[in-house]
Design a protein around this ligand. Structure first.
Ligand code: HOZ
Length: 430
């Protein structure tokens, strides 16, 4: 593949954007090399600036569950845009999207739209602290909830010790109210509550982790967190930005039958446009301004064009049988890929949750972030580049998810498996 134009664009981008990008992972820093620049997307395919075509399993990091430029969604966006791009005033489409979401997430009795998952997570944390009058938040190692200061924290020296900043620029005073625990370890959460009685405002997690690769919850883990938080008077917050309408139409809370107090959504609910949301029990949400004292605002919140994209996406996604078919396609792809890796003697540990999946280049089970970090990231990088050269775009990091769309038809799947066979038959020499 030739990437002449992309390399020229890359040189220009690096002059004006730190690392050449507006968000880190797309820089290819995790896998080496330099990124191609996208010219357009259509269905399951991306076309780069040099005209190269790829079957896309990133799908803008999950939102495009109907594929790129889905005609019905494009039409809904154009119609909305033709009525104005935004007003800073209420519009009916906001209510329609919220009602559609609540149909699938009944725990979200009330909700608030914002413009990103980060904004939704930081707002939910503030609301949990305001509602409980407590300060400490427990998050899980390897779970990502956006880049709000209090959530950019790494584990302290012991299980119940307060967290340390995970990057410069985050004052210790901020992360002193965050405790980081291992994912899939309910005993550690019990220990933290025991060490901090009456101080924990909330436990926040991705119920299926998607930002350390895809790691499902261990049996009973989510229900144990539900029991612990209920007993201790803390809120349980499910960050379903990635898993919402990706692992199931009812998210993890429906799939695993564990109801959180607050839920954070994003990605699919915006249909590819910038939308985040947080919501939950009415008695909690009514603590938000204007009815309550907890402040949160956003000029572009509930943007009608973005709302239209999300509403049309969920209307189509909710058609009988569609989500199940998508899940089956992902299952088939994972099974076939697993057989290819086995046939070529490459140990991998595969995970799947609905329409998202991950192939850890590891010869052992991956149950938490420490396990995930034992993966052979150099081998993953060689797989990534070899597949890209064959016209398949996988996530440019071992610690991300692969996503599928309704546009990933049999042709796209066969192209993917043919590419994998070629790549693995050639080997992935170090
Ligand atoms: N954390 C994002 C996906 N889960 C990566 C976005 C980016 O850096 O491009």
């Amino acid at each position: 593949m030739i990437h002449t134009k992309s390399k020229q664009l890359w040189d220009e981008a690096q002059q004006i954007f730190p690392g050449g990008v507006n968000s880190p992972v797309r820089s290819f820093k995790s896998v080496g090399g330099s990124p191609f620049f996208v010219h357009k997307g259509q269905g399951a395919l991306l076309q780069d600036a040099d005209g190269n075509e790829y079957v896309d399993y990133v799908l803008s990091w999950g939102p495009l569950i109907l594929g790129h430029a889905c005609p019905e969604v494009v039409q809904a966006v154009c119609e909305a845009a033709g009525r104005g791009f935004g007003f800073g005033a209420p519009t009916e489409v906001e209510t329609l999207l919220a009602q559609k979401i609540r149909h699938h997430f009944p725990s979200m009795q009330m909700m608030r739209f914002v413009s990103s998952g980060t904004e939704a997570a930081m707002s939910a944390i503030r609301l949990a602290r305001g509602y409980t009058g407590r300060n400490i938040i427990i998050k899980m190692d390897g779970c990502y909830h956006g880049h709000a200061d209090s959530l950019l924290a790494k584990a302290g020296s012991g299980i119940a010790t307060l967290a340390l900043p995970d990057c410069p620029g985050v004052p210790e005073g901020i992360t002193e109210n965050t405790i980081v625990a291992p994912f899939n370890n309910a005993e550690s959460i019990a220990e933290i509550f025991k060490a901090h009685p009456g101080e924990i405002a909330a436990v926040i997690l991705e119920p299926v982790a998607g930002n350390m690769g895809v790691i499902p919850p261990a049996p009973g883990y989510l229900s144990a967190l539900r029991s612990l938080t209920e007993k201790e008077g803390a809120l349980l917050i499910f960050d379903e930005v990635m898993t919402g309408f990706r692992v199931a139409m009812e998210g993890c809370q429906g799939l695993f039958n564990v109801t959180p107090d607050l839920t954070i959504l994003g990605k699919v609910i915006g249909g590819g446009l910038p939308v985040g949301a947080y919501g939950g029990r009415r008695d909690i949400m009514m603590h938000l301004a204007p009815p309550g004292p907890v402040y949160q605002a956003g000029t572009l919140s509930g943007n009608p064009v973005a709302m239209a994209a999300g509403l049309k996406t969920l209307e189509i996604l909710g058609k009988p049988g569609l989500f199940g078919a998508l899940t089956e396609t992902m299952q088939k792809l994972c099974k076939e890929l697993g057989a290819l890796f086995a046939r070529h003697g490459i140990p991998v540990y595969q995970t799947q949750a609905g329409t998202m999946a991950c192939t850890f280049f590891s010869d052992q089970k991956v149950n938490d972030y420490k396990d995930a970090q034992k993966s052979d990231t150099a081998l993953y990088a060689r797989w990534f580049h070899a597949m890209m050269q064959e016209g398949v775009y996988w996530a440019p990091s071992q610690f991300e998810a692969a996503f599928i769309s309704s546009a990933h038809d049999a042709v796209a799947i066969e192209r993917t498996l043919d590419a994998a066979e070629k790549v693995l038959a050639r080997g992935l020499p170090g």
